[in-house]
Design a protein. Structure first.
Length: 277
C-alpha cells in the first residue's frame, strides 16, 4: 500500500508541475483550433456532407492526430529525467525511501495524466460541437479519443527512453523530433519506395507485418477499422492485409510497455552508477 501511495504522490506532484506549465496549454489551444478547422472545413473542401461527411471528418481528425499527438508526447517527455538530474532532484531521490520503480512509474503516470488532460482539452470541445451539429456518432468519437490517447501514451513511453539516453534537454528534444520524423514521415516513404522497387512483389501479409514495426502505422490500421474507406488518406494501411483489432491493439500496447521497461532498466543502471560515485 505504501508503494502505491508513493507512486500516486509522485504522480500528483508531476501533474501539478505540468499543469502550471503554459507551454502545454498553448499547444493544446493550437491543437484545438486546428482540430476545429479540420472538422468543420475538411468535409466542406471536398464537397461531402451527411453520413459520408462524418466519415471524412473522422478520417481527417485521425490524420491530424497522427502528426500532432506523437510530436506533443515526444517533446513533452524528452527532458523528464535529464532535467531532474540537472536540477539536483535525482540527488535528493537517492537518499529518499522510494524505490526506482516507484519514482519512475510515478513520473510516467503524472505525465500520462497531464498529456491526457491536454489532449482531451484539444479534442473534446471539437467532439461536442460535431455531435451537436453533424451526424457524428458519440460512441465512435469516444473510440477516436481512446485511440488518440493510446497513441500519445505510446510515444510518451518512447520519450522517456529518449530522455534516459540524452545528455541534456536540447539533445533530448532533437532526438525526439528525429524519432517523430522517422516514424511519421520517413518510414512510410521508405515502404513506398520498396513497393515501387519490387513492383508489388511484397505480399499484403508481409507488408502488414512490416507496418506493425511502426506505432503510427498501427494507429492507422486501427483507424481503418473504424472509419472505413474514408480513411484512405491515413497511409499505407489501405494496401496491407487487414489484421484483427485484438492483434493491432496488442502490438500498440507492446509499443508502450517495451520502451517503458527498457527506460526503467537503464534508469536503474544509471542510478546504481551514481550511488557508487
Amino acid at each position: 500500500m505504501k508503494r502505491v501511495d508513493a507512486v500516486w504522490t509522485i504522480a500528483r506532484e508531476e501533474l501539478a508541475g505540468r499543469v502550471r506549465n503554459r507551454w502545454i496549454w498553448t499547444v493544446s489551444a493550437l491543437v484545438l483550433i486546428t482540430s476545429l478547422a479540420v472538422a468543420f472545413l475538411g468535409s466542406v473542401s471536398v464537397g461531402v456532407i451527411g453520413a459520408r461527411g462524418s466519415e471524412v471528418v473522422m478520417a481527417s481528425l485521425l490524420n491530424l492526430a497522427v502528426y500532432l499527438v506523437p510530436l506533443l508526447a515526444l517533446v513533452m517527455g524528452a527532458g523528464v529525467i535529464i532535467d531532474e538530474k540537472q536540477r539536483g532532484i535525482l540527488d535528493v531521490f537517492l537518499v529518499c525511501p522510494v524505490s526506482s520503480a516507484e519514482y519512475f512509474l510515478g513520473k510516467f503516470v503524472g505525465y500520462v495524466w497531464a498529456l491526457s488532460i491536454a489532449l482531451l482539452a484539444s479534442f473534446v470541445p471539437t467532439g461536442i460541437l460535431l455531435v451537436v451539429t453533424t451526424a457524428i456518432n458519440p460512441t465512435e468519437y469516444l473510440l477516436l479519443l481512446l485511440l488518440v490517447l493510446s497513441l500519445g501514451v505510446v510515444f510518451l513511453a518512447i520519450s522517456f527512453f529518449i530522455s534516459i539516453l540524452s545528455r541534456d534537454h536540447a539533445r533530448g528534444v532533437g532526438l525526439s523530433i528525429l524519432v517523430w520524423v522517422l516514424s511519421v514521415f520517413v518510414y512510410d516513404l521508405v515502404l513506398v519506395g520498396g513497393l515501387v522497387l519490387y513492383q508489388g512483389e511484397i505480399s499484403p501479409a508481409a507488408f502488414g507485418a512490416i507496418l506493425l514495426l511502426n506505432p503510427t502505422d498501427i494507429f492507422r490500421l486501427l483507424a481503418l477499422s473504424w472509419v472505413g474507406s474514408a480513411a484512405s488518406p491515413l497511409g499505407l494501411g489501405t494496401v496491407a492485409q487487414p489484421f484483427p483489432v485484438e492483434i493491432l491493439a496488442g502490438f500498440l500496447v507492446l509499443w508502450g510497455i517495451v520502451p517503458l521497461w527498457l527506460s526503467h532498466r537503464l534508469f536503474q543502471t544509471r542510478l546504481a552508477k551514481d550511488r557508487l560515485l
